[in-house]
Design a protein around this ligand. Structure first.
Ligand code: CAA
Length: 257
């Protein structure tokens, strides 16, 4: 099986995953999704990895599900689609995931962006859910996460027309956290990753979990979860270290305990 990912550790605590299927603009074939899900599982187990940065090429972050592969699947094949499990594993990655996006992020590519926690986009990035042009709808969270990210009118417009939006519009709409020059996208994402990797790992994980809950559950339950997580962190060595470092006017040295 070809290897569709390049994986590097450019900074302490940071894993950089680059999608590498240029012949199909990083279309997310089953093997690519399987490799990505396995890599994220490995990153989750690895105590030296605190943050993952995910990127593609200058032309395409990812141009969606592999349409050639889709053409070979009948209804039974779709019902038993192994990609559903791969998507599930990707969407539930517990550590921070930063997408560094240049070029096309379409269909499954846009859905991959929405599975990420922080999105740094090059000025030339294009985000869209063009599935309607194929007679289908987004199938990896596109209708649900897009509406939550950008609100109903724009989500409806994007999904029903299939038309993509540019990086500035995506920033304004809340799909993207920051825009950079295309050649600086990965560098900026690594800078953000470095900042997060220096924090207390348990606090980072619980902060991610608590923030994601805000989009899923009612306010009272969310506040209860936040209080429990906050209390839990009060018992960690890193909390003691963080407070002591502040008093002693020195940088904290967190250990993940
Ligand atoms: N699947 C398979 N192959 C793809 C692909 C995809 N999603 N997107 C691009 N490719 C292939 C092309 O077939 C082409 O291969 P050949 O050279 O062998 O013909 C190569 O990548 C380069 O693509 P183009 O020649 O089309 O490049 P372009 O610059 O002219 O156009 C594009 C770029 C506008 C992104 C165009 O490729 C395109 O529209 N791609 C499909 C986008 C799409 O519809 N995505 C949604 C897929 S469905 C989905 O994602 C479902 C889901 O929810 C999970």
């Amino acid at each position: 099986m070809p290897r569709y990912l390049d994986v590097q550790a450019p900074e302490s605590g940071v894993r950089l995953i680059t999608l590498q299927r240029p012949e199909a603009l990083n279309a997310l074939c089953t093997e690519l999704l399987e490799q990505l899900a396995a890599e994220l599982e490995d990153a989750e187990r690895d105590e030296h990895t605190q943050v993952v940065v995910l990127t593609g090429s200058r032309k395409a972050f990812a141009a969606g599900a592999d349409i050639r592969e889709m053409a070979e699947r009948d209804l039974v094949g779709i019902l038993n689609d192994p990609r559903v499990a791969h998507w599930q594993r990707i969407a539930t990655f517990a550590k921070p995931l930063i997408a560094a996006v240049n070029g096309y992020a379409l269909g499954g590519g846009c859905e991959l962006v929405m599975c990420s926690d922080i999105v740094i986009a090059g000025e030339d990035a294009r985000f869209g859910q063009p599935e309607i042009n194929l007679g289908i709808i987004p199938g990896a969270g596109g209708t649900q996460r897009l509406l939550r990210a950008v609100g109903k009118p724009l989500a409806m417009q994007m999904v029903l027309t299939g038309e993509a939006i540019g990086a500035r519009h995506a920033l304004q709409a809340g799909l993207v956290s920051e825009i950079t020059q295309p050649e600086l996208t990965v560098e900026r994402a690594l800078q953000v990753a470095r900042s997060i990797a220096a924090k207390a790992p348990l606090a980072v994980r619980l902060a991610k979990e608590a923030l994601l809950k805000a989009g899923d559950i009612d306010l009272a339950s969310g506040l209860r979860f936040e209080r429990h997580a906050f209390t839990l962190l009060a018992g960690t060595a890193d909390r003691d270290e963080g407070v002591r470092a502040f008093m002693e006017k020195r940088p904290a040295r967190f250990t993940g305990r």
